[in-house]
Design a protein around this ligand. Structure first.
Ligand SMILES: [Ca+2]
Length: 467
């Protein structure tokens, strides 16, 4: 208790401690390739009653950004609390240039990037940080930080793991390019082959909550939904038919958008069961739950798109995603915040809620979000930067956004485009102000160059940098 009190004093969280009766449970849920496709964010055609209820009982954020518009570097930023360029995992960890339908042999897969690359083992995850405060940590879902043993969650601060270490799997066979990919702990397991992966992660999450109901726990639940399958023909239906039939009775069940929406509804139902279990066990008020998408929507054109671009792009539709936080009694219900916040804030927020001190000697790029979510202080964040190889560079400084991108092909083959937007007036990035505001654009490029220099000067880490 003395340790907890000291840690709370250090993190300035006495107000939180008096509202919560014990060290809170932490549940951090991530969806995969989901844009603002939730009814509570205005996409009325999506059936997401449980996430909508979470938003009604908590805070919804409209200006939350991830660190990249693709899976791996987005997740590495949140897991470590550090820019991907600092932690070294700034690109995808995947076997590039493989067509759908390719099947690896076991030995061929064993030496491929997906098996040999991972998040630098010197990096600390939020699991590592929470352990110092006595938390029991689980990860169920898409780890995506490498799948050689040294990269798997049990070696990275987590006590329990069921999921896949690579970027994407078939939701039923759990294979990627023909390679079995579902781990139980450190071992590949075929025990659950055939079980829809959203159902599998839900089942494991519910069991973990029950088993640990008398002690503080952290449940990291990175769903692979609604990401497409990675090793099959592109049109395979990766969701149980009853979700399609229940929610979209009038439309074709092979319609890609209907499948996408059904996958989101299956995930939403799983999240609803988690909340029901928290209520049943009396843990509802002792649990902080965070939810966001890892990047924007992948391709599917659904009629109420309001942001430009999607997965893989430097525009808002790739980088800005839905975020919801709920902690009854600590975070007010029914609030919407328009403050500028990012996934770099996740680790410091989990640590602060837990009363865990951040490790000394580690440079973090974010801050504790709780006072912002509570409406007590404005966000201290003024700027954010992105740099994805061969695709885009971007900076947001206050409400200004600079983006440089390759319009097609690979970077360098055609001239990059450079654009400037005033997000306060033009969140859809439709009115390019580059010619009208040359000084503003120069200012943003200068900030980007300074950030880039800082990243290059940082201790080199990760699978891609040459050191
Ligand atoms: Ca993703």
């Amino acid at each position: 208790m003395r340790f907890l009190l000291r840690a709370l004093l250090l993190t300035g969280l006495i107000a939180v401690a008096s509202a919560a009766s014990r060290a809170p449970n932490l549940i951090y849920i991530v969806s995969d390739d989901q844009g603002f496709d939730l009814a509570c964010f205005g996409s009325k055609q999506f059936v997401t009653p449980h996430l909508d209820r979470m938003a009604a009982e908590g805070v919804r954020a409209t200006n939350f950004y991830v660190t990249a518009s693709v899976c791996t570097p987005s997740r590495s930023g949140a897991i470590t609390g550090r820019y991907p360029q600092r932690n070294g995992t700034y690109e995808m960890i995947r076997n590039n240039m493989v067509n759908y339908g390719h099947r690896y042999t076991k030995s061929e897969y064993a030496i491929s990037p997906e098996m040999t690359l991972g998040l630098d083992v010197r990096e600390l995850t939020f699991g590592d940080v929470l352990r110092t405060a006595g938390y029991r940590n689980a990860c169920f879902g898409k780890w995506d930080m490498g799948q050689a043993r040294r990269f798997l969650p049990l070696q990275r601060g987590f006590d329990v793991f069921v999921g896949h270490g690579n970027n994407g799997i078939d939701f039923y066979t759990h294979e990627r390019y023909g390679a079995p990919s579902m781990f139980r702990g450190n071992r590949l397991s075929l025990d659950d082959k055939g079980t829809y992966s959203t159902d599998l992660f839900r089942r494991e999450a519910l069991a973990f909550i029950r088993e640990n109901r008398t002690r503080p726990f952290c449940l990291y639940l990175p769903f692979n939904a609604p990401h497409g399958a990675s090793n099959l023909e592109k049109d395979s239906v990766q969701v149980p038919a009853h979700y399609l039939a229940k929610y979209y009775p009038g439309r074709s069940h092979t319609d890609r958008e209907v499948i996408y929406a059904g996958m989101i509804s299956a995930m939403d139902e799983a999240i609803g069961e988690i909340f029901a279990t928290l209520r049943e066990l009396g843990l509802d008020r002792d649990t902080l739950v965070l939810f966001h998408a890892d990047n924007g929507r992948n391709g599917a054109r659904i009629d109420d798109i309001r942001l430009r671009g999607g997965k893989g792009s430097g525009f808002e539709g790739g980088l800005r995603v839905p975020f919801i936080a709920r902690w009854p009694g600590v975070i007010p219900a029914g609030r919407t915040t328009h403050e500028f916040i990012t996934a770099l804030e996740i680790l410091p927020t989990l640590a602060a809620a837990a009363g865990a001190a951040l490790p000394s000697g580690v440079k973090y790029d974010g801050f504790n979000l709780l006072p912002v979510l509570q409406g007590k202080t404005p966000s201290p964040r003024r700027e954010m930067f992105w740099d994805f190889p061969d695709a885009y560079q971007a900076a947001r400084v206050d409400h200004w956004k600079w983006v440089s991108y390759t319009p097609r092909g690979r970077r360098g083959e055609v001239p990059d485009k450079e654009e400037l937007y005033d997000l306060a007036a033009d969140p859809g990035e439709e009115k390019n102000l580059a010619a009208a505001q040359p000084q503003k654009m120069a200012d943003l490029k200068k900030r980007f160059a300074a950030w880039q220099a800082e990243m290059e000067a940082a201790e080199p880490r990760g699978p891609f940098r040459n050191f």
